[in-house]
Design a protein around this ligand. Sequence first.
Ligand SMILES: Cc1cc2nc3c(=O)[nH]c(=O)nc-3n(C[C@H](O)[C@H](O)[C@H](O)COP(=O)(O)OP(=O)(O)OC[C@H]3O[C@@H](n4cnc5c(N)ncnc54)[C@H](O)[C@@H]3O)c2cc1C
Length: 271
Amino acid sequence: MNTDTGSHIPTGPTARRPVQARQLSARVVSTAQVMPGVYLLWLWAPYITELCTPGQFVMVRCGGGLEPLLRRPLSIHRTASEEQIALLFSVVGRGTFLLSQQPEGGEVDLLGPLGNGFSLDSGSRRVLLIAGGMGIAPLVFLADEAARRGLEVVLLMGAATADCLYPGSLLPSSVTVVKATEDGSAGRRGQVTDVIDGPAGQADQVFACGPMSMYQAMIARESLRGRSVQVSLEVAMACGLGACYGCSIKTRKGLRQVCRDGPVFELEDLF
Ligand SMILES: Cc1cc2nc3c(=O)[nH]c(=O)nc-3n(C[C@H](O)[C@H](O)[C@H](O)COP(=O)(O)OP(=O)(O)OC[C@H]3O[C@@H](n4cnc5c(N)ncnc54)[C@H](O)[C@@H]3O)c2cc1C
């Protein structure tokens, strides 16, 4: 299926981009467990690599047959050699379990790229990325792109324990990483939102991905008040194309579909 509707691609959390998604079969290049229960899957998908931007996602048929029936949404974690995309996912249920079992050389059915991703302003010099747990998944692609443009990138990473933190060795070497863990086993003890204030004051743009509770804590931070903060939402999603309205959310601007209007939104529009 090719649902191309045009070549003009608006960017950012408010502009709906025309759907350019294609259904395609992507060969599994490699698969590895990089944190407990978290897999990094590299797929051969040149069509998606060519078009995708940070913050976009794909809908993945996780099993070979009809089960699970619905595709699962997963962020594009990063791209490589203009032909491959990576997915980083936590095994939480049947779909992600089946995906974690895909053998190298196997084929995975994808629909993408989808959604409105992050928008990096051309005038930005310093950017702050805030990752809560698996929220790191879409932010690494953004860190790659910001580093490629020569921007200063500070990445705040929060997790329950040190072994649940994304491996620093997989990040661009120019990125400054600040860690926070709930048990204090790496970085500062506490939540990632506890370490926002200093870096936020120096950043031209702020981006985040994490659970809703993280966004609630962020909206209360003085250092983020009144400024643009782009956040990516992970909600239950059925079609990914704007057809079923299953991922609709209430925002200050009215009802929005996470799959087509998002998944990236302005933080202040959510509360
Ligand atoms: C745009 C978007 C991008 C996403 N990107 C990633 C990613 O890069 N990496 C990643 O690990 N996950 C990501 N998710 C979440 C991922 O889609 C779900 O974890 C996945 O669909 C679960 O499928 P399952 O069949 O394994 O679990 P299910 O059997 O469907 O559910 C198992 C458990 O997980 C919970 N769950 C299901 N869907 C979600 C969800 N969307 N968010 C939170 N909890 C959920 C269920 O409530 C249930 O408790 C993303 C979600 C969206 C909407």
